[in-house]
Design a protein around this ligand. Sequence first.
Ligand code: ZN
Length: 431
Amino acid sequence: MTHPWKSKGETRTIWFYYNPDDRILEYLMDMKELINRGILNAYSIAVQNSNQLPSPITLRKSLKNYYDNNTEYAKHHINPVCRSAIAILRSYRKNNDGELKVIKAEKLAMRIDSELTKIENNQLRITLKPHEYEYIDIVDKSNKYIDYSQYPISEVLLTGNKVCITFRVSTDDKPVIHNNIIGFDLNFKSIDYTVIRNSEIVEVKSIDTSDIAQAQRDYARKRSKMQKHIINPAKRDRKLKEAKHRQRNITNDKIHKITTEIVRNNSEKTFVFEDLTNIKEEGMKKKNRKRNRGDKSNGNNKKDAKNNIKSKRFRTHINKWPYRLFQRYIDYKSDNETLYVDPAGTSSECPVCGGKLRHPRWKESECINCGVTYNRDKLASLSISVRGLCLCGTPFAVSGSPSWHSMKNDYLYHPDQANIENDQRLQERNA
Ligand SMILES: [Zn+2]
């Protein structure tokens, strides 16, 4: 038998045998079927795209409708399904001189994201369906489990007879600076931040990133021109690839510069971001919601189509601004631990009073309770900072802090910004 422990960078894995009950078996079989469906989808996307395998995120888009309509499993399970399908095809291609074909996953094996797992009283709890849990006894053959289980789970692998639990064991122990927090709201054309130091809001600021957005747009336009005008497919592919490469270099450079400067100016703070792991899913959700609404109003197709175009445009914008890259660079460059907070509600819940926010215009956050209209991005950065402080165990009540009253004006929405924004939007539309 191989050694039951393996280590990979910052993670540690333990495994043991188990007897899956009927519900787990059914789940594993359903997931196998989904993985096979994912393989089919990925294959047909690749065929239409000069044998390029889609990313798991692209694959998820093609599978999501089926998943939502045909399974009752928690939505997170679709992510590892897509990753597995791509991994299987990738390894087939690697072993077969770049050939691709539809292959079938035969074994029962499913990776489960950490969000759906928890350890409770020496049992592994897995969320199969929303609010429906399965428990597996952890067979603790080695006392290393006691060491590792104090760390968060990074992933669980279930097969027909084995359970592997991987823990995220952080090797670099960066400190969290509890009393000096800088929370960032990342947007297409600006990044906004709020600094809360020693329970006082001390700074709120907006950094203009429209040059990054512009560069991204320019290249998107160049690429779509190439797509139209270069007739030779081989040449077109080569040119497109070159353009993509150049675009990536330019964006990387810009993000490197801006993050270096930000970290240098804030070396003694803890950076806080929204956890954007599922941001693309959010875009999908919005689209679906709109579609549902369209169905209810007896299929108002024209309006529906318009909404879809709008949200599609919004989603491409999201994809173009490499938020994650920005976060990763900061995380890497900062001497302190970076925190990621749950993004749910940062734009719908007022961080000052907890009231509901409305957005009469994109950049406005109106709070009836507070009786004012805030600048949406700046207010979001305040929300993120407040959530970061919560994560640190030092909750901060905005309205109770004297600093809020001196800073409040900086968070208000100023109408002259609306004009600038409208101009920008017009320019964008004409572009
Ligand atoms: Zn409010």
